[in-house]
Design a protein around this ligand. Structure first.
Ligand code: GLU
Length: 472
């Protein structure tokens, strides 16, 4: 068998959304599983709706997800000569013909058919050169679709699908202005690019019999087809902008790791036993088209969050750090005088489901704060906390080797000396050094904040208590 070759062929009329990303992932995985090739093709023939920002957004999405391609990106708009060359050959071979029917005639035909309750379709008036026009008069070129029999293809996901040729029109393949039409370009591309497996959304099922007929007329090999079902929103309705039909880059912005989104997307309509978590290598190893589900899949934001939390805590921290860095920059945090990003991930990973959350909740490791969180201060920075804070400050100051263990010991010793529970020392200390009532373990937190900074913040908390006493 020839080398497996798949393609992702987005129309650049918008960003890469989750549905498109899943189609891209499935095509990519199928080629990788079979040690084949993956082609990226930009279907930009719709000049009015295609935009450069959309092309850029698609590339950004593919790059962020790390779905690398072996060939392309090809652009259909750069291949018009080739399409026209094939159309001319088809005209000579008689598999396509010039149609001079006027708009008015076609409209009338349509109305008549509708009035008779028939499905509107071209009646083949100009077939077989059956007209008195010269070739250079305005015309379209139509494909001579077979009139008998049917087209059957064995969809790799949905099983055999049959269309009667009688239902198919003689498709326009070149418009009056000389531009080739969408379905035709796809056919020539899949042929020229030697695509063996077309994996795409189910909204293209109706195009498939037309495309197969053209391929056959050209004597071109017919690829295998696999039509992937749609994705529904959290609410079970069609994916809308409100429900996750947003750009994949929005998921980056919201603090998801590409690994989590890919794992989420692969399971959205594909399964391998009851395994939920897949490394990229495992996806590649197990991926088959047959295991893709026929039914629509519903989006589940909680599961995506769960996977993201899993990946934040299990991927090598160095890898997560690359993505976290982007969020840290969004927050304008200078991390040079605090824990490294790798340390930060170890500190906050358990507590954070997204990298955005992590970046938003790490400020106190790097930047001094002006005020304490009101509720936490009210509860924990009271006169009764003065002595524990003073004692723990002095013990922290006296540490010669600044380790988390020694920090822990200082807190423990303070509690022992004052004969109070750890909480009586720990909570005021936490609010003093972080400004808030919640943080990772106090020993590692104080350690990461550093000695000088921790001591200065404890003094500030003591001032706060004094002020409070004076006000009372
Ligand atoms: N350009 C089409 C789309 O974005 C895909 C066509 C295909 O995969 O054949 O929906």
């Amino acid at each position: 068998m020839s080398k497996i070759k798949t393609r992702f062929a987005p129309s650049p009329t918008g960003y890469l959304h989750v549905g498109g990303a899943r189609t891209a992932l499935y095509s990519w995985l199928y080629s990788r599983h079979n040690k084949g090739e993956f082609v990226l093709r930009i279907e930009d023939t719709d000049l009015e709706r295609s935009t450069q920002p959309a092309i850029d957004a698609i590339m950004d999405g593919m790059n962020w997800l790390n779905l690398n391609w072996d060939e392309g990106p090809y652009y259909q708009t750069k291949r018009f000569d080739r399409y026209n060359q094939v159309i001319d050959q088809m005209l000579s071979a008689g598999t396509a013909y010039r149609c001079y029917c006027s708009k008015e005639r076609l409209e009338q035909l349509r109305e008549d058919q509708m009035a008779k309750g028939e499905k509107p379709r071209y009646d083949g008036c100009c077939r077989g050169g059956n007209h008195n026009h010269s070739a250079d008069e305005p015309h379209v070129v139509r494909f001579l679709n077979p009139q008998e029999g049917s087209v059957i293809f064995d969809d790799k996901i949905r099983g055999p699908i049959e269309f009667s040729n009688q239902e198919l029109d003689d498709l326009i393949i070149r418009r009056t202005d000389g531009s080739p039409t969408y379905n035709f370009c796809v056919v020539i591309d899949d042929w020229d690019m030697e695509i063996t497996h077309v994996i795409r959304g189910e909204d293209h099922i109706n195009n498939t019999p037309r495309q197969i007929n053209i391929l056959k007329a050209l004597g071109a090999p017919v690829p295998e087809y696999a039509h992937v079902s749609m994705i529904l929103g959290d609410d079970g309705k069609k994916l809308s902008k409100r429900y996750n039909a947003v750009s994949v880059m929005q998921y980056r912005d919201d603090g998801y790791l590409p690994e989590a989104l890919l794992n989420y997307l692969v399971r959205l309509g594909w399964s391998h036993g009851d395994q939920e978590i897949f490394t990229i290598d495992e996806m590649v190893e197990h991926f088959t088209l047959e295991a893709i589900s026929k039914s629509a899949s519903a989006f589940n934001t909680d599961k995506l969050l769960w996977l993201n939390h899993h990946y934040i805590n299990t991927l090598p921290a160095e890898k997560v750090a690359v993505h976290l860095d982007w969020h840290i920059k969004q927050q304008n945090i200078d991390t040079s005088n605090g824990p490294s990003l790798v340390e930060l991930i170890k500190l906050l990973g358990e507590r954070c489901k997204t990298l955005k959350e992590m970046a938003e909740s790490c400020h106190y490791f790097y930047v001094d704060f002006e005020t304490f969180e009101e509720a936490a201060a009210k509860k924990h920075l009271r006169p009764v906390a003065r002595q524990p804070l003073e004692v723990v400050r002095d013990k922290l100051s006296a540490i010669t080797e600044w380790t988390a263990e020694n920090v822990h010991q200082a807190i423990q010793d303070t509690a022992d000396e004052l004969e109070v529970g750890m909480g009586k020392v720990g909570m005021p200390l936490r609010v003093a050094v972080t400004g808030a009532g919640q943080s990772p373990g106090l020993d590692v937190t104080v350690h990461a904040i550093g000695k000088t900074r921790s001591v200065a913040r404890i003094n500030k908390a003591l001032d706060f208590i004094t002020e409070r006493e004076n006000q009372a």
